[in-house]
Design a protein around this ligand. Structure first.
Ligand code: GYE
Length: 308
């Protein structure tokens, strides 16, 4: 789990601390839980949070970060949409001596002094884990369709990389169709409909691999509407572990996912508190990679997550 304790920061961040947070958007259930976690933790710690929703557009993020710098916030948290294009605005923050914490997806910069730390899961490992599960389940023989996340986003790039790495050791498994559905449920449904049409109504598809649960949930709907049974006729694997997906697994309509903990507010504020209190020894990467879950424990896990 995450390395730093939240109680430490609770007592150690001053009342007047102001933090700007540039969030990707609200494309998925996972993202909404992440935003809620940041808001909840901020109010528990008396942090004045400036929350900016970028609606999946990097240009909005850059504008928001420039605004935070102009307002002279104490620290900035960025959950980047895409990896590239960050160096100029990060340099501006550095010049203004405002620490920046990267949460979730990565930024590609040559100079890692441009940010304090990054708190994220190892997305490549998530891809490997889910692929290993699928290869075991299918004895390495499977025609897979892939719903990719946002183009240029670390979560899409690295999940694909890890998954394909495992697949390359299985000559009878292959990705027969692949397209982005931007991490959203509605696009997931739409793109899956086109996959089903192109692959004999779905009869040629052994499994759906979606880069997040949200797209898989849309695709499950499309599979049902095509008259097939998701989870049986077409296996469904994804990443995130949102409650709706646990429900789908409990109902037998999805097969496996790798959980991604959305409670990233506490760890982000912990690390900022440590830094503002003079800690000079902050790790450049704080890992929160989660576990794989499948149908056998899904009902209990769903109940636990929703208290129902
Ligand atoms: O899996 C997806 C979201 O960047 C890891 O973004 C994140 C992904 C997450 O919208 O649901």
């Amino acid at each position: 789990m995450l390395a730093l304790s939240s109680s430490l920061a609770l007592s150690s961040l001053a009342r007047a601390t102001t933090i700007g947070f540039s969030q990707v958007g609200s494309e998925s259930g996972w993202r909404s839980s992440f935003s809620e976690s940041v808001k909840r933790e901020a109010s528990a710690r008396n942090i004045e949070l400036k929350f900016a929703d970028a609606q999946q557009k990097q240009e909005n993020q850059i504008r928001a970060v420039r605004g935070f710098i102009a307002q002279r916030v104490d620290a900035i948290i960025i959950a980047p949409v895409v990896e590239t294009g960050w160096a100029p605005v990060l340099r501006e923050a550095k010049r203004a001596r405002i620490p920046v914490v990267i949460v979730d997806r990565n930024v590609q910069v040559n100079d890692d002094s441009l940010y304090l730390t990054r708190i994220a899961s190892d997305f490549t490992e998530e891809g490997r884990k889910i692929a290993n599960w699928l290869m075991q389940k299918t004895d390495g023989k499977c025609n897979i369709v892939e719903l990719q996340g946002t183009v240029g986003a670390t979560a899409a790039i690295d999940r694909a990389k890890g998954f394909n790495e495992v697949l390359s050791a299985h000559p009878n498994a292959k990705i027969i169709r692949s397209q982005t559905a931007e991490f959203t449920r509605s696009k997931g449904k739409e793109v899956m409909e086109s996959f089903l049409k192109a692959e004999q109504g779905g009869r040629n598809i052994c499994a759906l691999w979606a880069h997040n649960d949200e797209m898989a949930l849309g695709a499950i709907q499309a599979i049902k509407e095509a008259g097939l049974k998701p989870g049986q006729d077409i296996l469904v694997v994804a990443v995130d572990g949102v409650p709706d997906y646990f429900k789908a697994m409990a109902d037998g309509e999805a097969n496996a996912t790798v959980e991604l903990d959305p409670h990233l507010g506490g760890p982000a504020f912990d690390v900022i508190a440590a830094y503002l209190n003079g800690d000079k020894d902050i790790a450049k990467y704080i890992n929160n990679t989660g576990e794989l879950f499948s149908q056998d424990t899904a009902a209990a896990e769903y109940q636990q997550r929703t208290n129902k």
